[in-house]
Write a protein that binds this ligand. Structure first.
Ligand code: M6R
Length: 604
């Protein structure tokens, strides 16, 4: 939610800020703005409703300032207007903010700030408070003011009488920083300045950052200097660019074979799962009585597949919880329960809070996370990093498949440690898993066919995804993908459940995407498909059956690679991703930046 960047150094700041904001735009794209020190010591602001390109159009070509901050917004408090856009400026202070100050009404009231406010935002209240309590010492002021805030925040602040310096502080909302040859950088995530530095550190919560041309000083709230812990990423700038593809989403769909290989390879030794490099001991899996998987959105749907797999393979009870619900429930977890939290960003606030709750009940917490060093990764007892590389499109694709692949590895390991499966079975399972990248690559080759058939769908108001067993759990992800980027209302149903109500919604021409890959329920699901076809649905069927020609079953048949039933999910989901992508572009939308959404959800 919201992207922030700050730079002070030797080069001109404006382009660095604008380019950084373009990389961060996936975090929010309602409006954008920058503020910077002018030669005169004054602070100037440019901001506008719209995208970073609209901001660029109103920026000053002559701007040679070397210190500034920039923001791309996902509106929380107040509509999408110029005055609500960041940066905000009140008196001595100009700042940008990611997060929510929950008590902003009381603060505005108690500190008599209302008169000065021109926007509807919590952020402007924060700026007004920093200004009101400013005593000429930025660090002291920050120390005092942040203690008054309830909520989450990442602030970059400039004080008019301290030109060339950016101060920053955060609670919950993510922020990373780096000092390199060019100068000092700070941003919501590394993609904003990966061009300049692959080394960075995660800004610890409630620590004050002081950025100058000479370096970055980090202090705790007592004023003690703290040494930043630098990390290094193993991907480069090309990974965060479109690389010739029209959209990040289609690029990321194509990256799945590699992403899965990167995620699996370091964890397979002699065809068996091995988490030595992740420092996850076998002890962690011992005595595991039950599993709760907690996540949001696509990550939660990856968990659904994990649940279906683990339950059927190992007969261990698995529950999947929506993180925003779990955190307000009394969880049924005890010391032998394993809690697996799943998150691409590692910053989703609901998932993070759910993890914090789970940590109170059990030591068996494990995070499946993509972003190195993220909050969820740091707070979980064990981490299994997926190696998808940066995922920029709002709609998750490669992050999902690597999360699912991680569940397959975990299921196998758990089965071995708990003596629920034989070594020979495990080897065969892992060898099949290793074929996944090749199968996905073959599915991606069907992109043109998918594009053609999707043309029939783009005017639909509604669509259904149906299947049984793994195909049903997988269908939930298909429906989410279609909804979020094409705005076609889509729902997933267990095929056998249709006749208990939903089939009433089936009418002439309505798209039904049916998946029939599971042998033990194949004939049942085919009967369910016939039922919707008989009622006029436009049926797209995904199955492994090469011989299927019966037009009474479906309008279009997509043949999937012939993989064992437990592994077809990887192939089917790629077709779902392509359907959603082509539906989105067929409707003239931008699949990378769907309306109302942002990539990383750091507000509740
Ligand atoms: O970063 P996370 O994996 O924790 O994000 C969870 C969801 O917000 C995310 O998967 C969301 O549902 C995606 N936009 C779906 O494509």
């Amino acid at each position: 939610m919201c992207g922030i960047i700050g730079f002070t150094g030797k080069s001109e700041a404006q382009n660095i800020l604008l380019n950084g904001l373009a990389s961060l735009e996936y975090r929010g794209y309602d409006s954008a703005g920058i503020s910077y020190f002018k030669d005169t010591g004054k602070i100037s602001i440019r901001k506008t409703v719209g995208k970073v390109k609209d901001l660029r159009a109103i920026c000053d070509d002559e701007n040679n300032s070397t210190c500034g901050i920039g923001h791309t917004r996902w509106a929380t408090h107040g509509g999408v207007t110029n005055s609500n856009a960041h940066p905000h400026k009140v008196g001595n202070v100009s700042l940008i903010h990611n997060g929510i100050i929950e008590n902003y009404h009381e603060l505005a009231e108690n500190y008599d700030l209302k008169e000065t406010l021109i926007s509807e935002t919590d952020t402007e209240v924060a700026a007004a408070l920093f200004n009101k309590l400013y005593d000429g010492n930025p660090e002291e002021t920050i120390q005092n003011v942040v203690k008054l805030f309830n909520g989450s925040f990442a602030f970059c602040i400039m004080f008019k009488d301290h030109p060339g310096i950016i101060y920053a502080i955060r609670n919950v909302s993510p922020m990373v920083a780096a000092y390199c040859e060019e100068g000092s950088f700070i941003a919501s995530d590394l993609t904003a300045f990966i061009n300049y530095s692959k080394r960075y550190f995660i800004v610890p919560e409630y620590h004050i950052i002081t950025m100058t041309t000479e370096g970055i000083i980090l202090k705790d709230l007592e004023g003690n200097t703290v040494e930043p812990e630098y990390l290094e990423v193993n991907w480069d700038v090309a990974a965060a660019q479109k690389d010739g593809y029209p959209h990040f989403m289609i690029k990321e769909i194509h990256e799945q074979p590699e992403a899965i290989t990167r995620t699996l390879s370091p964890r397979i030794k002699d065809s068996l799962p091995d988490f030595t490099e992740d420092s996850i001991p076998d002890e962690f899996f011992k005595n595991c009585s039950d599993i709760t998987i907690v996540a949001c959105g696509t990550a939660m749907y990856a968990g659904m597949v994990g649940k279906t797999l683990i339950q059927s393979m190992l007969q261990i009870p698995v529950t999947v919880s929506i993180a925003s619900e779990f955190r307000y429930e009394e969880p049924v977890i005890h010391e032998n329960s394993m809690v697996i939290v799943v998150s691409q960003s590692g910053e989703t606030i609901d998932t993070l809070e759910a993890l914090r709750l789970a940590n109170q009940y059990t030591k068996k917490t494990l995070a499946i996370v993509n972003v190195k060093g993220s909050s969820i990764a740091r707070e979980s007892n064990y981490v299994l990093y997926t190696h998808a590389g940066p995922e920029i499109a709002v709609a998750s694709t490669k992050a999902y498949t690597v999360q699912v692949a991680s569940f397959y590895l975990l299921a196998c390991k758990l089965g071995l440690v708990l003596n629920k499966i034989e070594e020979a079975y495990a080897k065969d399972f892992i060898q099949t898993l290793q074929k996944t990248p090749k199968n996905i690559a073959a599915v991606i080759e069907q992109a043109d066919t998918v594009e053609r058939l999707t043309k029939r769908m783009i005017n639909a108001q509604n669509a259904f995804f149906i299947g049984r067993g793994l195909d049903y759990t997988l269908s939930m992800e298909g429906a989410l993908k279609l909804k979020e980027i094409s705005y076609i209302h889509a729902e997933a149903y267990a095929a056998g459940e249709l006749k208990h109500g939903t089939i009433a919604l089936i009418s002439e021409g309505i798209p039904v995407i049916a998946v029939a890959t599971q042998k033990h329920v194949y004939s049942k699901v085919i009967s369910n498909i016939r039922e919707v076809k008989a009622r006029g649905a436009y049926v797209i069927l995904l199955s492994k059956d090469k011989e299927l020609t019966d037009s009474s079953i479906c309008d279009v048949h997509i043949t999937l690679p012939d993989t064992p039933d437990a592994f077809t999910v990887f192939n089917s989901v790629v077709i779902f991703q392509l359907i959603a992508y082509y539906a989105s572009i067929g409707k003239g939308l931008n699949p990378d930046q769907p309306r109302n959404l942002a990539k990383s959800v750091t507000v509740e």
